[in-house]
Design a protein around this ligand. Sequence first.
Ligand code: ADP
Ligand code: ZN
Length: 605
Amino acid sequence: MDTPIEVLRRVFGYDSFRPGQQEIIDHVVDGGDALVLMPTGGGKSLCYQIPALVRPGVGVVISPLIALMQDQVDALRALGVRAGFLNSTQGFDERQLVEAEFLAGELDLLYLAPERLRVDATVRLLEKGDIALFAIDEAHCVSQWGHDFRPDYLMLSDLHERWPSVPRIALTATATPDTHKEIASRLRLEQAHHFVASFDRPNIQYRITSKADPKRQLLDFLRTEHDGDAGIVYCLSRSSVEKIAEFLADNGIPAVPYHAGLDAATRAAHQARFLREDGLVVVATIAFGMGIDKPDVRFVAHLDLPKSVEGYYQETGRGGRDGQAATAWMAYGLQDVVQQRKLISEGDEAHRRRQALHLDAMLALCETVGCRRVMLLDYFGQDHSEPCGNCDTCLSPPETWDGTVAAQKVLSAVYRLWSERHQRFGVGHLVDILLGKQTPKVQQHGHDTLTVFGVGTDLGQPEWHAVIRQLLAQGLLSVEPAHSTLVLTDLSSGVLRGQRQVPMRRDLTRPASRTKLARGSSRPSTDTTLTPEATDTFERLRTWRATTAKEQGVPAYVIFHDSTLREIATQSPTTLDALATINGIGQNKLTKYGPQVLTVLTNPT
Ligand code: ADP
Ligand code: ZN
């Protein structure tokens, strides 16, 4: 029987394990239960796929992502792995065929939607077969915070009673201690070995910029840094998704929208195009992306503030799964904070408090003057004491200034307006007062007689917005949901009385440091810059891959990843043996595509 490393090389064509994989695989191969916490893109799939191939019997994978099962199975089949799935999208005949294969021992891996296990027939079927392991993917679905699949996932706690000798491996990219504990108890995995991998994704460059003209900023970012790349743009609302997708398309960037308001067929079609085409941008609400394992997503952009650091990290983690450089870019501004603070007004007290904590952590990340990665990893309870050198604050450290006096001006203006709080005085009006502008609203309410009128002419409007944003982020100011009015908090008086300093970060007014950032984003060592000849070969290989993928009806990356094509183009192997040494070419793909690849290499026309 093959060892795990032999399977890694022969089937998957990879040289070595990523950090953590080997220990997890060995543990499960030996029959142990495991709870695996690994970041998105860390390489969780191999942790159950390889044990399923090494152990006798079929590996049963429980995954809620029905829409992706076909692609997952196709990708495994392309590697020569005998995989199948059972879910509600299938017809009777297709299902029967898979069941027959399972019973005949002709499958290595069987993907199941969790609700299948509620059906007696499925349980009886499984009982008749030989099971190598149960893998429970997206295991955070058992947790109590708003997951659609929860009832089905809670049923999975029975697996252990029914199949006491079959190892179970539960996997998730959600790593907060609360979720971790909850998964362990709900799935009865307290006794399992817990593997917590490093959450660092060093190839992702984290950048958070202040929002001025977000559409333009996005366009600028895409044109200058990600021309022709595949990526995801996240927006909060359906309407902004539609607007931004249209805006990008109008500007010559191929983009499609994705949100829960679109009908299922359109959503499926847009997702399929994203997976299959090179260089498509999906503009989406957070309804998009769970379980998508497209390896060559080169950027993830946020035009609105995510609700939590967990969410942000999951979403940005969808970039750069292939280990090549990717950018996590976000534009964030005052309105984001106002809006999110307002949204927190719903639900019971405990729920609101929890949401507020999530938001505070997210805001702290946005406003930090320290390394973003250090802060992110710290959030997940992991130490990373060295600044990373691959985030915006490392690459162009922001300046700080003493914002105490500015803060006092804002807070006293808010205080003066307090007696009229039943009125809707938003941020705009407040800043007009500070700047001493004689607007109709100012005159109507006689606000030009306030002592704070015109005290803020030392700063401009964008600077005042930045000040207010940071006061909101630091909890020195709040938003009253009913009237969207700014209000003081318990902490405000300390500032007003001069007992508390308020350090602030200075926003970069323009993306001045692009050259610096571009240099910083120099691709990791695995990625070699191609010579002109190699670029030419690479493009020919991509054309061949696109044709082949189309013929076979699979995404291009199922044939070969970009990184594999790039390596072929650089090394120009002339024999199958030489081709076999390239990362990402296992035995099956060598036999299937090797001769064609060599032909592409030798026939430049
Ligand atoms: P996750 O499920 O943790 O988000 P995946 O299992 O989809 O991550 O793996 C992410 C990518 O990394 C995939 O494209 C996979 O083929 C690749 N990968 C995983 N393990 C290795 C390895 N040991 N060597 C090279 N590539 C790997
Ligand atoms: Zn950093």
